[in-house]
Design a protein around this ligand. Sequence first.
Ligand SMILES: [Zn+2]
Ligand SMILES: [Zn+2]
Length: 391
Amino acid sequence: MAVINRIAEFHDDMTAWRRDLHAHPELGLSETRTSKVVQEHLKSFGVDEIITGLANTGVVGVIRGGSGDRAIGLRADMDALPIHEETGVPYASQNPGVMHACGHDGHTAMLLGATKYLAETRNFDGTVYVIFQPAEENFGGGQIMVQEGLFERCPMEKVFGLHNWPTAPAGQFLWRVGPMMAAVAQIEITITGKGAHGAHPELGVDPIVIASQIVSALQTIVSRTVDATESGVVTIGHINGGHTHNVIPESVHMKGTGRWFSPKVGDRLEEGVRRLATGIAVSFGAKAEVLYNRVYPATVNDAEATELASNAARAVVGEQRVQEMARPTMGGEDFSFMLNAKQGAYLMLGGGKGADDFMVHHPRYNFNDDILPIGASWWATLAEQLLPRKY
Ligand SMILES: [Zn+2]
Ligand SMILES: [Zn+2]
């Protein structure tokens, strides 16, 4: 049991595709070049049909084998992040301030590899939809594709995705039944007080002092209002207010994120953020405006699909390198929208090389090209195992 030989043969091609995407990263819903490059590859592989236009830059390749009417979907994401790359690699981003820092360049290259193999061999009976999804980071391209009729235009039984994971050893698959990744909310709080001279706070209402109280108080939501056996996070990641030493500004703006698994905890977090921010602001004579947008639901793996997905992984990397993930991660993932609409599973594929691996979203992170044929073989094996050819 190992990587599919034919796929190993074009490891160099996949690496070149990945590095080309890496050099030309594009932000969510603007993946124009990426989308075009993916379509050109699909054409050259001889897929039966290419569907474009879903979620603007989304691409779906259709590959038919035999005469069966069963179908599955394989999904990769294509977007990059607003990060200034610091890897120093020769194929580093040529698009300043934009970087493939989550490895979606690698996911796309792996799915292209699986597509090339499946289109060439057709060793399955039915239809495989290869889904190249835009805008996983922040814009919910997965949700848009579902809303725009992905599963009506491409009827399938199950859908499968994966994410590279730099903190797990390269080539190790991690699976989990049930919640795999957290639900996500974006938080924005604007505190409006009254500006004044820094030497005369008595003439104003200081929104910076109020913001400080709010940030501290928000940390009591999880510790004091959520059942200690449940998981939740409230993080404020951005505070902006004022310009100089001696001026009390009129307002302060904060951005943050909320994470949870159980809907009850999700409600607690929202209620807590609203109550504390508005209540504290009012008690100081200011006012707070709170936006709390629930953007992604939790990513929840179906038990049967997870077993099929991990069996395919075992066929590629062996029993020892397929392990249950001890705990879900508090990261979010918009594949959740596909899993809410369709039976399926999402696995992690380790990409770690050693001690100096950077986590995804770090400016020095880089996708590990060694795992390209492993991910491609997993997707191809899933298609062959789930849609077995009749002889
Ligand atoms: Zn990411
Ligand atoms: Zn990602």
